[in-house]
Design a binder for this molecule. Structure first.
Ligand code: 4AZ
Length: 243
């Protein structure tokens, strides 16, 4: 997160940290963000799941803590990547969402709670002040991962403005993406998979999943997010069909 500050305990109770056992060093690293969208399901980015045959044992999920810690993390039982996500092309081709089923449902508390998905009909006007959270880099030039979860306000950017700005560097913003952020307020590497949340009629809803962007916090290049409303039927189908 660029331009943010430390989040207070319990302010973003759906935020999770996705830990990955790095094959080269076999060390656990805080690899990506994610969000609890149900007692037993986490939404994250498809590009946070490396490789063709990911193993559930290489992942674990940190809940209810703003500090980086995998001490009481939860195991992953199942990984479901969106079928339209392309491993070869990466997040710029869209469908950058994945679901993680946890081994057991979590108990809600002051520190752990799931976030609502937005109604299919919801729309957020350009300029709407939403929030993005994560443990990713706080600057693009000087990677400096923070100890505490960071939060920052990012305005929703009009689709046509974002499309035009990225077209100038030869990149296409697709219908299943949305843009948010401004100069010096953005998500960054390491925040991927984490939630972009907005208030909808007085309740928080998750509007985006941190996906990609040109640098971090640059003028004219807002952060690009997977648009949650584009994936509602896919998400609901998987969550419903679990035992
Ligand atoms: C990344 O590399 C990344 N500024 C994530 C988010 C953004 C840029 C890059 C958005 O994972």
């Amino acid at each position: 997160i660029v331009g943010g500050h430390d989040a207070a305990d319990g302010k973003w109770p759906w935020q999770v940290g996705l830990w990955f056992c790095h094959p080269a060093s076999s060390e656990w690293i805080l690899w990506c963000g994610g969000s609890l969208i149900h007692p037993q399901w986490v939404l994250t980015a498809a590009h946070c799941i490396p490789g063709r045959n990911p193993e559930t044992r290489d992942f674990k999920v940190q809940l209810g803590q703003v500090r980086r810690s995998h001490n009481d993390s939860v195991k992953v039982a199942r990984i479901i990547q969106h079928p339209k996500y392309s491993l070869e092309q990466g997040p710029e081709c869209g469908a950058d969402v994945a679901l993680l089923e946890l081994e057991a449902p979590v108990q809600p508390s002051n520190l752990v709670r799931w976030i609502r998905l937005p109604p299919a009909s919801s729309a957020f006007l350009p300029g709407t002040r939403c929030w993005v959270t994560g443990w990713g880099n706080t600057a693009s030039e000087e990677p400096m991962p923070p100890k505490t979860l960071q939060e920052v306000i990012v305005p929703i950017v009009a689709d046509e403005i974002c499309l035009w700005q990225y077209l100038k560097i030869g990149k296409v913003i697709r219908d299943d993406m949305l843009c948010a952020g401004s100069w010096r307020r953005d998500s960054c590497q390491g925040d991927s998979g984490g939630p972009l949340v907005c208030k909808w009629r007085d309740t928080w809803v998750q509007v985006g999943v941190v996906s990609w962007g040109e640098g971090c916090g640059l003028p004219n290049f807002p952060g690009v997010y997977a648009r949650v409303t584009s994936f509602l039927p896919w998400i609901r189908r998987h969550i419903r069909s679990s035992p």
